[in-house]
Ligand binder design. Structure first.
Ligand SMILES: O=C(O)COP(=O)(O)O
Ligand SMILES: [Mg+2]
Length: 228
């Protein structure tokens, strides 16, 4: 009769109905959640750490699409940034730009991949990434130039092992292709209504509600009366 561990994406999943900014309604239920809460995101490491800090929950974090994993005790890096940086240098040499401005905070603390603004041409980016043996994923919030190996699901497994919770009991919510590995790693997965087709196809259930409304509906459903 206890609450299940949670694996939650940020953008598209904890966001306000207009898609941007954290919905403040998620703070109290997550702070009071009676089981581990893992924030699994494509965003750079400081963002989910800060989110946990401001919610007031232990820092259990998968960042950079699995490139950085934090168990609360140890940090694991499963890729390095150098290869992605080389792709971006070639992209620049071809006349393009990551599209964030010179002193951007999107990539400033990013350690294992590089993000490119969605308003930049993705065709040449994909071509150059492929030449370097890397991939480009589109989360609906940014293009991520990354090593093909890391993913959120493997990061979540690392955290579950260290913290000691059962992934089969874990409930995940997400909205995009970078959440598919999370969905595959857990016992029960939900895609919010605004999710992309890949995430919807991979989820056990597609919610009627969008963004944080979807996540709040899941918390309502599974909180406290979970039987596994
Ligand atoms: O960083 C992104 O592009 C998306 O972030 P998310 O994985 O928390 O949705
Ligand atoms: Mg997302």
């Amino acid at each position: 009769m206890t609450a299940p561990p949670l694996a939650l994406d940020i953008d598209g999943t904890l966001t306000r109905p207009d898609g941007w900014g954290i919905d403040p309604r998620i703070f109290d239920p997550l702070r009071d959640w009676d089981a581990p809460v893992v924030i699994a995101t494509g965003k750079a490491f400081p963002y989910p750490v800060a989110l946990c800090h401001f919610i007031g929950i232990p820092e259990l974090v998968v960042a950079e699409n699995g490139g950085v994993v934090y168990t609360g005790d140890d940090v694991f890096f499963t890729a390095d940034r150098e290869a992605a940086q080389a792709v971006v240098e070639d992209y620049r040499a071809a006349g393009y730009s990551p599209g964030w401005g010179a002193e951007n905070t999107v990539n400033r603390w990013r350690e294992t991949e590089v993000a490119v603004n969605l308003d930049q041409p993705v065709g040449p980016l994909r071509e150059i990434a492929a030449e370097h043996g890397l991939e480009v994923i589109d989360t609906g919030y940014a293009y991520h130039v990354k090593d093909t190996t890391p993913n959120k699901g493997d990061g979540l497994e690392t955290i579950a092992e260290h913290v000691g919770f059962d992934l089969e009991a874990c409930v995940a919510v997400g909205d995009s292709v970078n959440d598919v590995s999370t969905f595959q790693a857990v016992g029960r997965s939900f895609a919010v209504a605004n999710a992309d087709e890949t995430a919807k196809a991979a989820a056990d259930e597609v919610l009627e509600e969008s963004h944080a409304d979807g996540t709040l509906a899941v918390l309502e459903r599974v909180g406290g009366h979970w039987t596994g």
